[in-house]
Structures are given as structure tokens and as C-alpha cells.
Design a protein around this ligand. Sequence first.
Ligand code: ADP
Ligand code: MG
Length: 325
Amino acid sequence: MKKLLAVLACAVFLAGCSPAPKRYNAVYTDVFDTVTEFTAYCSSQEEFDGMSERVHGELLRLHEIFDIYNEYPGIVNACSLNGAGGAETEVPDDLIELINMGIDWHKKTGGQLNIALGSVLSLWHECRENGTLPDENELLKRAGHCDIEKIAVTENSVTLTDPGMSLDFGAIAKGYAVGRAAEILKENGLEDFAISCGGNVVTSGKKPYGKWEIGIENPDGGLITTVSVSDEAVVTSGDYQRFVMIDGKRYHHIIDPKTLYPAEKWRSVTVICPDSALADALSTSLFCLDLEDGMKLLEDCKAEAMWVSQDGEVTKTPGFEDHEK
Ligand code: ADP
Ligand code: MG
């Protein structure tokens, strides 16, 4: 008995001596055309730097695969696929997975989330850059090349059977990528961290003094609320970050496939859910759906949401409010 007590006392003493984890932070500006912040509690700068290298490496890898604007040496990516002129193209597993997810969400949202909307989205992208509105005929012409049925997927290849079609993963890529990076950190033994990639936040564990506190922007500036989360993702889609003003009207980057113009139902939608990829897909989908259809979509997902309407009215699911306390 004496011996056991001695061993226990020693164990307690050793545990008491290990340094308390400290908060470390890193910022990357070269992935997904946005600012990414990685925060973690680690026992040393060295441990944090190793973890940071892993997160950054994974985000860079997925950024290159999902990039629709540039090709990179040694990989076939989304840009190569869009430029393949209808030829069957062998692509990495992550791209197959993202495309299958996109096809699934097209079904779930009655076509409101459509990764095959690339030709229409690129026209809007050019117009936002030039401060002009798209030509109506050109919009309609491009809308004829957005049929998701024209994507043929096998285990390792994709064929866009309409060569005029192009895919765009802006609605779902960041959530997927941040979720993957978080998995890698957990596999490597890191417990308490948060990654924020341009409005897509994923959290794990909890800070020593409580949960992670995530501020949610008010579309008109400042914060609208703060939520406490642990092991959950928080994702916002809004009209206030990528837009152009023409004749006093705001034209932003989330396009309603039915009207071919920016979706006007909401100013922002925020989703909280354990799965980061799901949270990203949901936030853009809810932004394009009315409240009733959005609520129906939420029934099948383990997720909470907050909608901000055009006149600033806020609607929340009861579970969302629980995170604010
Ligand atoms: P953000 O990129 O601002 O974080 P979202 O996740 O909501 O926001 O995605 C918006 C992006 O999704 C757009 O920049 C565009 O690339 C793409 N997109 C816009 N409208 C649609 C749509 N109806 N279906 C699928 N993708 C869309
Ligand atoms: Mg999204």
C-alpha cells in the first residue's frame, strides 16, 4: 500500500510539473484567396510550428486541386478539368469527393446549390471586377451550360459531357478543406485548436478557460452576436464581402440559379454544425432558399442556423440560441 501511494504521489507531482499549454497563432494568405488563421494551445513553439506546417500543407494541397483559375505542375486539378473540352479526365480523389458532394447538394436543394453554374458565375465575376452588369443574352446563353446531369463521374475520372460547362467549387471547397486540415491535426494528437479560413471556422476541444468564442459579423458592420462552440464548425455566407455597387444597388457573389442574379432572400446566413464541409454547403444553400425550405433542409442535418433578412430581422433555430448563452 505504501508503495502504491508513493507511485501515485510521484505521478501527481510529474503531472503538476508539465508546462501549461500556451496559445499560439499563425496566419496564411496564400490559400483560397482569403486570410486563414490557425490558433492552438500547444506545449511549445516547436510543437505549434509542426502543427502549423501540417495545416498549411493540407490547405495548400487542396487549394491547388480545387483552383479553377490556375493549373499547377504535377497535378490535374479543377482548372484542367474545366479546360478538358469534354474529354474524360482522371482527377485526384478529393476532387471526385467534392464533385459527388456537389451533385448530392444539387438534389437536396432542388438545384439552388449548383456546382455546374461556373460559366454564369465567371461572367458575374468579370462584371464585379469591371463594375458593370452582365449582358442579358450572354447570361441566358451561359445558363444553357449549367446542367448538372452533364457531369459523368467514375471512381477516378470525370467527364463534362457539355464542353461549354465549367464547375465552380466556391460554395463548398473551403469547408471541405478546413475539415480535412482539422482531421490531420487530430490524427497528430492536437486537441485544442481553431482554424478560420475566410468565414469558415472549425474548432476542436476547448480553450483551458472555456469554449471557443466566435464573433459573427453584422452585415452592416460590427458583430451581430457571439457563439460558444467546441468540436463544431461555424460558417457564414453573406452579401457584404464580395460585391459591387451599381446605381446604388448591391450585386454580390451568390447567384440564384433561377433568376441568374444575386440571391436576394437574405443578407447573411450562419450555420453551426459538427461537420465543416456540411456547414459550408448548408450556409450557401440556406442563403439561396426561403425560410420554409431552409428549415426543411435543416431537419435532415445536425445543424443550427441564423438568418439575417434584408431589413435586418434575425431568425434563429432554438439550438442556435443555446450557443449564444
Ligand atoms: P464565401 O466564398 O464568401 O465564403 P460561400 O461559401 O457562400 O461564401 O460561397 C460563395 C461562392 O459559391 C461564390 O463565390 C461562387 O464561387 C459560388 N456560388 C455562388 N452562387 C452559387 C450557387 N447558387 N451554387 C453553387 N455555387 C455558387
Ligand atoms: Mg458555402
